[in-house]
Design a protein around this ligand. Sequence first.
Ligand code: GDP
Ligand code: MG
Length: 397
Amino acid sequence: MEPRGTKRRTEKLEITEPRNKLAYSTSSLPTEPALYSGPFPFYRRPSELGCFSLDAQRQYHGDARALRYYSPPPTNGPGPEFDLRDGYPDRYLPRDEEVREGLDHLLRWLLEHRGQLEGGPGWLAGAIVTWRGHLTKLLTTPYERQEGWQLAASRFQGTLYLSEVETPAARAQRLARPPLLRELMYMGYKFEQYMCADKPGGSPDPSGEVNTNVAFCSVLRGRLGNHPLLFSGEVDCTDPQAPSTQPPTCYVELKTSKEMYSPGQWRSFYRHKLLKWWAQSFLPGVPKVVAGFRNPEGFVCSLKTFPTMEMFEHVRNDRDGWNPSVCMNFCAAFLSFAQSTVVQDDSRLVHLFSWEPGGPVTVSVHRDAPYAFLPMWYVEAMTQDLPSVPKTPSPTE
Ligand code: GDP
Ligand code: MG
């Protein structure tokens, strides 16, 4: 919010230290909201290209087996009384966060479907490939005051791949995560278990384990400005009763938040939390977020649906609110910045984009470990000719 430099790109010479840094970086990208408040940019309605699932052992499957079905409690009966702490920690199987997956699962999907991509020949060569969660961080950057980020970028066969790198600060925070925060994370997943069934029309079964290895991911095609996008995001569930059963419009995002008692608490919720919820769901075109509000005892006793396209209304007239145009214009500017910075086509070359609140996005250049993230199996397979018959099983299966 506090404009520092008003030039859109400030020239800046970086001081070089690490040995594996290859070149001076010559430019940076400012992030002040005021610089991005133009009209809302073009954003193509995202379409689902496919999906994949990760099972309880975090193994990839090229199908929707992990998709769950929205099954809220009946609206006429008694309200919910979901005990979000039930099963903690004995029925909690958390994913191993030390495993750095990078873009691997998405790359596997892409490798297996590269011959069937719509958009015409060469579409992929002009696209940006990344996780939805990375784009979410870009969208909220102009308003973020706490957590920085690092995005590694490599160009390979024309395509620009973006993969997040955990910052040293984020790693330190994760390793020192307070027990209460660990339990709070569990509670978010537990809420999903209370709200989802394994089969359409089925009932939730909260007696089982909460295994956060399991994930259903939608793979989407979109476009922001002149940037074709191929990205994937984890989807909580699909609503069998949705007006349209066509993904992504049938998808529902589930969230928990503290029960609020004062107008000031709601205002702060709209300014901070709703921005993150909006950015995450707007990108893939998920039309609604269903929130469970938990009381101090950890019980969800009320639910509220927030249509994604109505979230901005809560801050439209708030001087300290957020603006979707700023988010999307900044993201578009970052993607242009990245496209023009990463010129060399080389899977082992990484441009590392770094950002800390209060500063601009800066760039450093690296080769190979530890920053290179495109796996050899992907690079080698992509370097082979396309299979002549579509849908030939890949040799890794
Ligand atoms: P989100 O929007 O931040 O939830 O992330 P995405 O939907 O883009 O998820 C991309 C991939 O990262 C999926 O395979 C998720 O299961 C995984 N993922 C999501 N959040 C986390 C996280 O906090 N840590 C790790 N290691 N993986 C995550
Ligand atoms: Mg969720």
